[in-house]
Ligand binder design. Sequence first.
Ligand code: SF4
Length: 290
Amino acid sequence: MISAASIEREVASPGGNRRFVVRMASDGAAVESVLYRGDTLCVSSQVGCGVRCPFCASGASGVARNLTLEELFAQRDLVAASSDRPIARVTVSGAGEPLHNHEVVAAFVDACRDTSPASVTTTGAPLVHLARWLAQDGPRHNGLTISVHAGTEDVRARLVPKGPALDPLFALLNDAIPRASRKRKKKIALAYLVIGGQNDHDDELDAFAARARPLDLFVHLYAYNPVPTSPHRGVDRARYEAIYQRLVDRGLRVRMSSKARTEDNGGCGTLVALRGARRGYDARDACATS
Ligand code: SF4
């Protein structure tokens, strides 16, 4: 059987994560997949991304196309074949907005369920699909993280330009979360990526906390990994810890970035997509931490 894709190369990582450039057979487009800690695989759902967050390498050139179901499976199966440990879990958090490829990602998540349960990270765009993923009878994900990154509409529009605005996003969440079962609610979280000079001010954090607190969801507080396609930077460790404490003091349940995310090759927003015909690839194009 001809595979939908092949691993073009693996980018060595002293931090322990394994980062793969996966080339699609149909048109030569390539995406990246990252194996964290040897058993957790992050796959891409699109070639590029149309949300175009200004801090993200994946969306720097917009979106070329959706990946097919076979191309999602190929990322999982190719990396699994190159690893001596089984893949315990998958996350659709690489290049692309998963809900812009909703049908394929839903089918993929469903198929992964019994072998390597899959979670999804989304900006919530479009809300009509997010509503399906939040519903009790929606796709059977193993985790749904909604990237918020802001407390005010101005900052949200700047950081997540093609994502839903905060007012309709939180209106949907305030309606759907109380209806979720305890088990399903435990799998839903919010994400706040800290970007220096953008969303790290106390007023912005307090506005986010005021929106998030009634939902009583976990908040993943992500440290930012700089990429060469963006002038944005993170904050120093002391400020990051102060932000964590501020959100905790305002009643949120907050988790800090994992070591895998902050070390070399870790973290969404650092993955690139290469479209069309083959060209030279240098990992340093993709991730400033390489
Ligand atoms: S952060 Fe996510 S949603 Fe935003 S451009 Fe990058 S891949 Fe797309």
